[in-house]
Design a protein around this ligand. Structure first.
Ligand SMILES: [Zn+2]
Length: 119
């Protein structure tokens, strides 16, 4: 899957413009380094993952750390950010999406486990 990214224009010359900051609702990290996914509450009241970032509605952001998505489904941080309640279906969708994200466990540990496993 490709990571959604706003159209990148070549920046030329010093032109300090206010860039809208996105913050992950779970870990409160800013978008600077991480990729954030937009979750939107549509005017119809549906909560959906918005890969284009262009859907109408109230948006909230989660970064690409699985732990943040876990947090979004186990706590009400996302529901609160969207000012709505997450339905069972929505939670299921979020959980499934979280499962597709890379694990957040330390890579060093995972590597050592894997190598001893194969030896
Ligand atoms: Zn996060």
């Amino acid at each position: 899957m490709s990571t959604p990214h706003p159209t990148t224009r070549k920046r030329k010359g010093p032109r300090p413009k206010h860039v809208p900051q996105r913050t992950c609702v779970a870990c409160r990290e800013h978008a600077a380094k991480r990729t954030l996914f937009r979750i939107v509450r549509t005017p119809e009241g549906q909560v959906e993952i918005d890969p284009t970032g262009k859907m109408n509605g109230r948006g909230a952001y989660l970064c690409d750390q699985r732990g943040c998505w876990d947090r979004a489904v186990t706590t009400n941080v996302l529901a609160r950010a969207l000012n709505t309640e997450l339905t069972h279906e929505t939670l299921e969708t979020l959980r499934r999406f979280a499962a597709s994200l890379p694990d957040t466990e330390p890579a060093e540990h995972a590597a050592s486990v894997r190598s001893t496993d194969h030896a």
